[in-house]
Write a protein that binds this ligand. Structure first.
Ligand code: UD1
Length: 310
């Protein structure tokens, strides 16, 4: 059976991608994760996946008979973490990508899906953002993702590995990362569940395009199985401000928040909205889960058996 390697497979997007891949009976899934932000619990029930603890910065020798494709998700994914530790971000997001591409080359893997980010664009010049928008990242994180993407594109030209780079917008859903580098939806939901105040950085008028994690996992699998190549945005096409997001979450949870305002975060962009027309055309991908529906499922998950971690 063909093997598919998922780096970062125990992470938030990774575990949903593994789940989606395991629906395909003729694929064997191998997960590589160093558990920096990934968690073995995220793979609960996904026993058919083979899990290896390894750091992509120093990729261990893989013992496989063959490798059909790689979904390369292992990365430093937080703007703040990349800002605090630029060496870790560049070593993971650039050198780690180099190592993953070298694995693809060594095993003659045909397909390589790279997890890129809307952060490669920087502050948008126009909305919606399509793939031709200039790339001027406004933080180290976006720069490190762009460097990895360009390296992957180089490998496609030079070594014939078929690369699809997916520029995810703001991904949310069950199993989101917890801790100091978690995203806004995780923070809002967990604070509100505990009855704590929520923090808005800046005036809250900054907007984002939130895309549900299962839609992203489907995009990863479509990209792997298609014969498309190149760069595609993966977003919902819907723009919402941080303030409006908070109102919607509060409405769904039936609570009213205590809000603290803090200065804007360094490197934060003001607006975001995806055009996903290219992904629709070439991958046959479209988002299926609306923000209201996705937030509902996410809140339910946090309230359910899986206790939110602080
Ligand atoms: C997120 C992703 C990153 C992705 C990027 C693309 C996370 C942790 N990071 O960064 O992987 O590549 O999108 O743009 O998901 N905010 C508050 N209060 C909070 C937390 C955040 O007001 O408690 C604001 C932030 O200042 C920002 C917005 O909410 O304006 C979104 O923040 P966040 O969820 O951290 O996402 P990004 O910074 O966009």
């Amino acid at each position: 059976m063909p093997n598919v390697l998922v780096t970062g497979g125990a992470g938030f997007i990774g575990s949903h991608t593994v789940e989606e891949l395991l629906r395909i009976p003729w694929i064997d899934v191998v997960v590589v994760d160093n558990f920096h932000s990934g968690r073995i619990d995220n793979l609960r029930g996904l026993d058919r996946a083979k899990v290896m603890r390894s750091d992509i910065r120093r990729m261990k020798e893989l013992k496989l008979d063959e490798l059909a494709g790689i979904v390369h998700l292992a990365a430093i994914v937080s703007l703040d973490e990349a800002y605090s530790n630029p060496r870790l971000a560049v070593e993971t997001n650039l050198i780690g990508t180099l190592n993953a591409l070298e694995v693809a080359r060594r095993f003659d893997a045909k397909r390589f899906v790279y997890a890129s980010s809307v952060a490669v664009y920087g502050e948008p010049e126009k909305l919606p953002i399509d793939e031709d928008h200039p790339t001027r990242p406004s933080n180290i994180y976006g720069l490190s993702k762009l460097m990895g993407e360009q390296l992957a594109m180089r490998y496609m030209e030079d070594y014939g590995i078929e690369v699809v780079s997916l520029r995810y917008f703001n991904v949310y859903g069950p199993r989101m990362r917890s801790g100091p580098y978690s995203g806004v939806i995780h923070r809002f939901i967990t604070s509100l569940l505990k009855g704590n105040a929520v923090t808005i950085f800046g005036d809250g008028n900054q907007s984002r395009d939130f895309v549900y994690v299962e839609d992203v996992a489907r995009a990863n699998v479509s990209a792997l199985l298609s014969d498309a190549r190149g760069i595609f945005n993966i977003g919902s096409g819907v723009e919402i401000s941080v303030r409006e997001l908070l109102s919607l979450i509060c409405e769904l949870m039936g609570v009213s928040p205590e809000v603290r305002y803090e200065p804007p975060r360094k490197g934060d962009v003001m607006r975001s909205r995806a055009s996903y027309e290219a992904a629709k055309r070439s991958l046959g991908w479209e988002p299926r889960v609306s923000l209201r529906e996705g937030l509902g499922r996410t809140i339910e998950w946090y309230m359910g058996s899986c206790e939110p971690r602080p």
